[in-house]
Design a protein around this ligand. Structure first.
Ligand code: C5P
Length: 420
């Protein structure tokens, strides 16, 4: 993995403790981290903890002359590949949106020429307040990636959106932002609530299936496959970050829900088929799930026991519905239908045959012979009637992001957004 430099600004709030875990995850992934603590942040975590974990000097609101000589604030804000604000408090978001630079953190944010990602955390009322929503819209329009906070019980006892996304989810968003690499904040800003270079899927509704399915044999046994769900979840995350409204129908996988994604968990192929049907119509459906082809024809209500005779119980199979093929034939067929094909040989030829057989518009074919399911990278070929586009081996997050660009382009030619 490429080693990247992250400047992490830690605002004040009870969620600041999660920044410690974030530093640990980023270091584990091989990135270097430099932390800046705001005055309020210092009330919740200590510079010593962060220095020990990041193995780097920690900068605080105390901006002394010595630091300015060693490393000026402009240099500090620009030597990073990405600036991350976590937790981003309502106050920090407001200052960022207003261009206020009255301490080290906000000065760095105003001076940087690097992409900025903010992970908000605050009380539910503060998050929902029109002022905060206005600030978030302004920041997104300026090209800042503002994650959607998690929903749940808050430290203050209230319930709703405002919780800091889990460190794993912030790390995933960081990897996505790093994979984008070239994105810098547009100088002129972008209008919000309109498709832009950063949110090309704004106004689109996208359905993603991901993970395996589990097909019960009896209450304790099931038929499954090795799908980890990572590629499908990365695609759902990238679609949400590109501005789409995303419905993720997920088989049983222990992955966190990507920020801004609506997730429905299912277990079997038939449950997945029903949820997909209920989720239509959409602008695009991306079927990444590795749906079990067969299920047990009969499931036993009790655990099947060995009877000592040495005879094995018969296991009759029944074919599962092909969700992709039935969506393709349905009256609610999305304008863009994307299938996946994991193959071990003749990858492109099999994908071309599958494109026709399943009736979809694109097949993302991946060669699983070298890197089996569950890995962190993917080498894919995008197969359509127009031809084959083969991409280099990339992290799954980067595949997802590149695929979103392709999908945004395809959708623009098929279903132009109404300009209202
Ligand atoms: O036929 P195969 O499983 O190789 O096709 C893979 C593609 O079809 C994937 O997009 C997968 O999500 C989809 N599929 C499906 N329902 C099935 C089997 C596969 O939607 N029962």
């Amino acid at each position: 993995m490429t080693h990247r430099r992250i400047l992490l600004i830690i605002g004040g709030g009870i969620a600041a403790y999660k920044a410690i875990e974030l530093v640990r995850l980023l270091r584990k992934a091989g990135h270097s981290v430099r932390c800046v603590l705001t005055r309020a942040g210092e009330q919740f975590v200590t510079p010593l903890t962060l220095a020990a974990l990041s193995e780097n000097k920690v900068y605080t609101y105390l901006f002394d002359l010595k630091d300015e000589v060693e490393m000026g604030h402009i240099q500090l804000s620009r030597e990073a590949d990405l600036v991350v604000v976590a937790p981003a408090t309502a106050d920090l978001l407001a200052k960022m949106a207003g261009g206020i630079a009255d301490d080290l953190a906000t000065t760095l944010l105003l001076a940087t020429d690097k992409p900025v990602l903010a992970a908000p955390a605050m009380n539910v009322r503060m998050w929902l307040h029109p002022a905060t929503q206005r600030n978030v819209a302004t920041l997104r329009g300026d090209g800042v990636t503002v994650m959607t906070p998690d929903e749940g019980e808050m430290a203050c006892g209230e319930y709703g959106p405002g919780r800091l996304p889990e460190p794993e989810a912030i790390k995933a968003a960081i990897e996505t932002a790093l994979a984008q690499g070239t994105v810098v904040q547009p100088l002129g800003g972008q209008p919000d609530f309109a498709p832009s270079r950063h949110r090309p899927l704004y106004g689109r509704r996208i359905l993603v299936t991901a993970g395996p399915t589990h097909e019960p044999i009896d209450p304790v046994r099931y038929i499954a496959n090795r799908s980890s769900g990572k590629q499908g979840f990365a695609i759902a995350a990238a679609a949400a970050e590109a501005g789409a409204e995303v419905l993720l129908v997920a088989g049983p996988v222990p992955l966190p829900t990507p920020p801004g994604v609506v997730r429905v968990d299912v277990e079997t192929a038939r449950e997945m088929a029903a949820e997909v049907e209920a989720g239509l119509p959409v602008d695009a459906a991306i079927m990444v799930a590795a749906v079990a082809d067969w299920r047990a024809a009969d499931t036993s209500a009790q655990k099947i026991k060995k009877d000592g005779s040495g005879e094995v119980p018969p296991l009759a199979l029944a074919e599962n519905p092909d969700i992709l093929a039935s969506v393709a034939k349905s009256a609610k067929r999305p304008p863009l239908l994307v299938g996946f094909a994991a193959e071990t040989n003749d990858v492109i030829a099999h994908a071309q045959a599958k494109l026709a057989r399943k009736g979809c518009d694109l097949i993302v074919a991946n060669d699983v012979s070298a890197d089996p399911m569950g890995g962190e990278t993917n080498r894919v070929h995008i197969v359509s009637k127009a031809g084959v586009d083969s991409w280099d081996r990339l992290p799954k997050e980067a595949v997802a992001r590149k695929l979103m660009e392709k999908i945004a382009d395809e959708l623009d030619t098929r279903v132009p957004l109404a300009d209202d």
